[in-house]
Design a protein around this ligand. Structure first.
Ligand SMILES: NC(=O)NC1=NC(=O)NC1=O
Length: 245
């Protein structure tokens, strides 16, 4: 049996639960999902500043997961905060939900659109497209212009805005698939796929299946070169618990 650590980099328990439920729905029968979030940090991640703060919490959770012997780690925030640092720390695979969703989209369509939350997070998505080499595959990016936690306020307004943006993206972008640009949208993908008749991809689900595939292939994070374990040095203060034993 596999154990996959699902890390919500923000501290909102409701969003952790939404993502955990979606992950458990798609996980194989033998796969356990260990859903965690940092004990301290940002309640939502909506910019470069928030991502820098969240990255420390991600690293602390990755170290705990590694010490617990998990078979993979998911960074469940669309900015994939701390991804490469986490890969240095981890032995098992580390997959971010943005890269997972983007990879899956490129297997299904020649162009995809992204629908995310606040306009200022569009730049972060563009940076990831460049970093992962998917700029050519992304036809357009859209924001619902609502904050991340509006997805958890129970009003349904954010969910309606996501639906509207997906319909517009299908109609105007020339995209064959849509990537949902927030972990808090994880529970919307299946229904939108059915309603729109095109793949609407949630990165949480995509990441679960990618880690299951990597485990089945017996492949783990390369420890040769820049993703080798961090150099040993005396980390001080709050970072002591990140020391590599
Ligand atoms: N683009 C985003 O909405 N990123 C996110 N911020 C969070 O707190 N979770 C996300 O997925």
């Amino acid at each position: 049996p596999l154990c996959i650590q699902l890390i919500n980099p923000n501290t909102s328990l409701a969003m952790t639960e939404v993502m955990a439920a979606t992950a458990r729905q798609v996980a194989a029968p033998g796969t356990a999902i260990l859903a965690v979030c940092p004990s301290e940090g940002a309640p939502s991640i909506e910019g470069h500043f928030d991502e820098a703060i969240a990255a420390i919490g991600v690293l602390q959770q990755v170290k705990a997961g590694r010490d617990a012997g998990v078979d993979g780690h998911i960074i469940a925030c669309f900015g994939d905060p701390g991804l490469l640092a986490a890969r240095e720390l981890a032995r098992a695979p580390v997959v971010g939900i943005a890269e997972a969703a983007m990879h899956i989209a490129t297997l299904l369509a020649t162009r995809f659109s992204i629908v995310t939350t606040l306009p200022r997070t569009l730049t972060i998505a563009r940076h990831l497209l460049h970093q992962y080499g998917f700029e050519r595959h992304c036809a357009a990016l859209h924001a619902i212009d609502l904050p991340v936690l509006s997805l958890e306020d129970g009003s349904g307004l954010a969910q309606q805005k996501v639906r509207e943006q997906c319909i517009a993206a299908k109609k105007f972008d020339g995209s064959g698939a849509i990537v949902l640009g927030c972990g808090g949208m994880a529970d919307l993908a299946q229904e939108l796929t059915l309603e729109l008749g095109i793949p609407v991809i949630d990165g949480v689900s995509a990441a679960v299946k990618m880690i299951e595939s990597l485990a089945a292939l017996r492949l783990t994070t390369s420890k040769h070169g820049d993703l080798d374990y961090p150099l040993i040095k005396p980390l001080s203060g709050r970072f002591e618990n990140l020391n590599m034993r």
